[in-house]
Design a protein around this ligand. Sequence first.
Ligand code: GDP
Length: 172
Amino acid sequence: KLKDKEIRVLMLGLDNSGKTTIVKKILNEDVNEVSPTLGFNIRTVTRGQYKLNIWDIGGQKTLRPFWRNYFEKTDFMIWVVDASATDRLHDCRKELQAILNEDRLVGAGVLIWINKLDLVDPDQRDKTVERISGHLDLDQIPEGHNTTIMGCSAYTGYNLDAGMDLVVKEVS
Ligand code: GDP
């Protein structure tokens, strides 16, 4: 499956969930300088002998119909959720479930990052991840996806390494 040790990673989620900030943090860039993604950004992260080409796609409502243009040849999908945007969970679930049912993404591993956990009390983080997973119906993921759910924070870097390690492990 893997050619030339390059991994194509599609990063999706509603706008403002923190996709661009996550990629910047992984690349050790200044996370205070992020502007909304109007189309897409491709950034390359190197992990050992692997090159992860991360496609960070804009998530505004008007851009979502274009997501499908990026599905082809995707090895792995990362879906980012804003843990603090409880009012958007319904919308988030709808979009995520639609994506998980796309034929062209069958076989791709999936990581769901519940981001911005720095905004949640440390002793409430596990519960928050569990509660959001419940709202997103993650116990009903269609067959054909190996799915992992993790809390993370683009600001503190929490679980960003763990997520990248998971991508490499699942795809290689
Ligand atoms: P995108 O639209 O998904 O690419 O989201 P952005 O990366 O543009 O981030 C949206 C907003 O959320 C920005 O104001 C970020 O500074 C903020 N943000 C992103 N990640 C985090 C995080 O881990 N913690 C907190 N507190 N804010 C975050």
